[in-house]
Design a protein around this ligand. Structure first.
Ligand SMILES: O=P(O)(O)OC[C@H]1O[C@H](OP(=O)(O)OP(=O)(O)O)[C@H](O)[C@@H]1O
Ligand SMILES: O=c1cc[nH]c(=O)[nH]1
Ligand SMILES: [Mg+2]
Length: 209
């Protein structure tokens, strides 16, 4: 699974431990999701290309580094992905933001599309799709396909918790996509929830249950 990266940073693991706890309320849950997204963004951008640039410091001229190549975009899968946007932008403030609205039909577990608004030049950008949860994989596979249909070629997917079943499906559907995972869990239960997981991420971020 060379294009699947499971995070081993102790701060990420510690914060994931906090959001898993059932007693963690919406305020802390939301804050931690943002912090985890920021730390994961730091890790997932390690391989961005740099170029030399001649600058003048107050002391002398020098050759410094700046980001080269493609501009970036962050695309959260609504709703729960919204919780990761601020943390991503804290690391890459110049990124543009698109939105893809999908919810998972509770009976069929199939993703249902209800919104899509992307930056006009998204096909020229390196796009980070973000969603805290990768369960059956249906939602992220559909979101990535929507981006590919718009001509986007460079796509990375970032989630905080993933089930092995969904990771396998995502890899089969989109082997070209780099996948960043905060924690790889054990399995899905009969309702398509991740075990041990953290419950419904959207409901816990927005306090809707
Ligand atoms: O991998 P999958 O099986 O598709 O499941 C994962 C999806 O389920 C959740 O969204 P949900 O449908 O609960 O929508 P919400 O974010 O609006 O709560 C989650 O945020 C993912 O988008
Ligand atoms: O465990 C899960 C599965 C799908 N969506 C969630 O929010 N949690
Ligand atoms: Mg939900």
């Amino acid at each position: 699974m060379s294009n699947v990266h499971v995070m081993d940073h102790p701060l990420i693991q510690h914060k994931i431990g906090i959001i898993r706890r059932e007693e963690t309320g919406s305020k802390d849950f939301r804050m931690m999701i943002g912090e985890i997204a920021m730390l994961m963004c730091y890790e997932a951008t390690r391989d961005l290309k740099l170029q030399d640039v001649e600058i003048q410091t107050p002391i002398c001229k020098m050759t410094a580094k700046e980001l080269a190549g493609k501009k970036l975009a962050v695309v959260p899968i609504l709703r729960a992905g919204l919780g990761m946007v601020e943390g991503m932008l804290a690391m890459i403030p110049a990124a543009k933001v698109g939105h893809i609205g999908l919810f998972r039909d509770p009976k069929t577990l199939e993703p249902v599309e209800y919104y899509c608004k992307l930056p006009a030049d998204c096909e020229e950008r390196e796009v980070f799709v973000v969603d805290p949860m990768l369960a059956t994989g249906g939602s992220c596979i559909a979101a990535i396909q929507m981006l590919k249909n718009r001509g986007v070629k460079n796509i990375r997917f970032m989630c905080i918790i993933a089930a092995p079943e969904g990771v396998k499906k995502l890899q089969e559907a989109h082997p070209d996509v780099e996948v960043y995972i905060g924690a790889l869990d054990e399995k899905l239960n009969e309702h398509g929830y991740i075990v041990p997981g953290l419950g419904d991420a959207g409901d816990r971020i927005f306090g809707t249950k």
